[in-house]
Design a protein around this ligand. Structure first.
Ligand code: PNS
Length: 169
């Protein structure tokens, strides 16, 4: 459904934290759709490193010069959020075959829940196919370098987090 707002896509995820792989997919999505909503799932059960507000602030800073990219959060069913925001496309990144099974399951389940919402799977640049938020957090926590894997701002925030954790310990 193309509305007056044009074609709107949702790029949902946990983004704890945003990686350069995510940034790559958002840029590709922004080149295709009139607007891409980066929708951060509110899911305290996952005990994230960064709060939803922190993740939103970082993403907003990274995409501040791109009016076609909106950062938002959502709770509950993704297809309900998409409907509310008049988005009829869900964008997800596909790094490797290992991602495929889960992505296909989600895409088909979301289609069952809302047949008018189409999932578009996009491949990031090859250099990001092995990047994940989980590995970024693990590498950083163990003292490894994450330069080039996440936006500079995210690297700074990771350093601040570990400093805060150090002060608390
Ligand atoms: O970054 P992630 O953790 O792979 O993102 C998963 C996400 C947020 C896209 C997925 O868990 C989701 O859509 N959750 C919202 C609840 C929902 O709609 N569940 C049914 C999906 S088929």
């Amino acid at each position: 459904m193309a509305t007056s707002a044009g074609r709107v896509a949702v790029y949902p995820g946990t983004f704890d934290p945003l990686t350069n792989g995510h940034v790559d997919i958002i840029q590709r999505g922004a080149a295709i759709f009139d607007r891409i909503l980066v929708a951060i799932l509110v899911n305290p059960a996952k005990s994230p490193l960064f709060s939803v507000e922190e993740r939103m602030r970082m993403a907003r800073e990274v995409f501040k010069a791109q009016p076609g990219v909106e950062i938002d959060s959502f709770q509950g069913l993704l297809v309900e959020y998409a409907k509310r925001r008049q988005a009829d496309v869900i964008v997800r990144g596909l790094r490797a075959i290992s991602d495929f099974e889960f992505e296909m399951q989600m895409a088909l389940m979301n289609r069952r829940l809302s047949p008018s919402v189409e999932t578009v799977l996009m491949m990031p640049a090859e250099s990001y196919t092995y990047v994940s938020s989980r590995l970024v957090k693990e590498i950083f926590a163990l003292g490894g370098s994450v330069t080039g894997l996440v936006p500079d701002l995210v690297e700074t925030r990771l350093a601040e987090k570990s400093e805060q954790a150090g002060h608390r310990a």
